[in-house]
Design a binder for this molecule. Structure first.
Ligand SMILES: NC(=O)c1ccc[n+]([C@@H]2O[C@H](COP(=O)([O-])OP(=O)(O)OC[C@H]3O[C@@H](n4cnc5c(N)ncnc54)[C@H](OP(=O)(O)O)[C@@H]3O)[C@@H](O)[C@H]2O)c1
Length: 367
């Protein structure tokens, strides 16, 4: 174990780019003393922390939930139990391999555990947030499980009602949420058409289960359109569902690929990330817009799919979703893919790589 350290976001930046360079630092930390912790607390030695999209948006206060700086980023992390309080010890023992639920602990939570993020050697979480790593997932895979796959479940199953035999179009399929959606679609028996701008990344997406891949950069260079390419693959009919995590022009192109009566799932806008004002100011002057004429004439159901906000509104939707994700992972039916790994000293390079879109699936730090 290296010397105890943590990354700190000192204040919100104007954008994640500027926040990474000017508003973060790596500093020594004093590991929490078990004598000061409560009976339900768990001290975790962190082995791997996911560098996620939300971690980046949070550094500029452009995410809906704003922890109070200074805070340590890292919504999701995995490691080993170093110490468990008397109540936690009924289920957890030192040395157990665990993942920590970013819905309950860490910078996206409320209350006393918010300051313990995953970009650190140690964190404290309540026992309710500390779960055994399912199946044979390694630490890198474990910290990329809940957020990505619960999002895929919420979007595709709870909101999209995807059925076996349906065809789902997934732009940005090489991303964390996109690749999870590819794997969940295959569990559901759906056919996946995945798009992206890099042949190398799409090769991984295909190896991860996509039935068809379309390189939109090559398509544009040859003068083709996404609608025509998708029509060719679907016998002229169009897809049943679009899972859109990219936004901008990509949304419009995908809307044109839907069959009459199809469903359009708004998952995110990685292609137009600066929708909200920076520095934690509220308001979204750069929000994406969809054309009502196409939605009307194609009889499309447009479905907003905010996983966390929906769960806060109705917590009853979570237990079955989380249980299914853990069961799939335990059985080896889903497995997060991680393309990039960095040490804590290189946390800035890890955040830049994620923000630039170099990553396929997950990007992790090894504290
Ligand atoms: N609904 C929810 O509950 C929920 C939960 C988590 C995240 N999200 C949102 O989902 C979005 C994606 O997150 P993520 O973690 O999957 O991000 P990610 O890992 O960076 O993946 C996004 C993908 O989008 C593609 N892309 C990026 N910029 C693009 C552009 N200008 N044009 C076309 N394609 C572009 C990239 O693929 P190529 O380079 O291959 O084109 C990239 O791999 C974010 O907006 C995030 O906030 C939503």
């Amino acid at each position: 174990m290296s010397a105890p350290r943590r990354v700190v976001v000192t204040e919100f930046g104007e954008t994640p780019d500027s926040a990474i360079e000017a508003c973060t630092r790596l500093e020594p930390m004093t590991p929490p003393d078990p004598a000061t912790l409560g009976p339900a607390d768990v001290l975790v030695e962190i082995r791997s922390a996911s560098v996620g999209w939300v971690d980046l948006l949070m550094t500029s206060g452009q995410y809906q939930h704003m922890p109070q700086p200074p805070y340590t980023p890292g919504l999701e992390y995995a490691g080993v139990v170093a110490w468990a309080g008397s109540e936690a010890a009924t289920r957890l023992r030192p040395g157990d391999r665990v993942l920590v639920d970013g819905f309950v602990a860490g910078p996206r939570s409320h209350g006393e555990y918010q300051r313990y993020g995953g970009f650190a050697t140690h964190a404290v979480a309540p026992a309710a947030a500390v779960l055994a790593i399912p199946g044979d997932l390694d630490f890198d895979q474990a910290c990329n499980l809940l957020g990505n796959y619960e999002t895929a479940y919420h979007c595709l199953i709870a909101r999209g009602r995807v059925q076996a035999g349906e065809i789902v179009l997934i732009p940005g399929a090489s991303g964390s949420t996109g690749l999870a959606a590819v794997q969940v679609c295959k569990r559901l028996g759906a056919t996946v058409i995945a798009t992206g701008r890099s042949a190398a990344k799409l090769a991984v997406v295909q190896a991860q289960g996509a039935d068809h891949v379309i390189d939109t950069a090559a398509l544009a260079a040859s003068g083709g359109t996404l609608r025509d390419a998708v029509k060719t693959l679907t016998g002229g009919r169009g897809v049943d569902v679009v899972h859109d995590g990219v936004g901008g022009d990509v949304s419009l192109e995908c809307l044109r690929c839907l069959r009459f009566g199809g469903r359009f799932l708004i998952v995110g806008w990685a292609g137009t990330p600066l929708v909200a004002r920076g520095k934690g100011q509220r308001g979204a002057p750069n929000a994406n817009q969809l054309p009502t004429n196409l939605i009307m004439m194609k009889g499309v159901d447009v479905l907003g799919c905010p996983t966390v906000i929906s769960t806060v509104n109705d917590p009853s939707i979570r237990p079955a979703r989380q249980a299914q994700v853990l069961a799939w992972a335990a059985a080896g039916d889903i497995r997060p893919y991680v393309s990039h790994r960095f040490g804590l000293d290189d946390y800035r390079e890890a955040m830049r790589a994620k923000w630039r879109g170099d990553v396929v699936g997950g990007c992790v730090l090894h504290p």
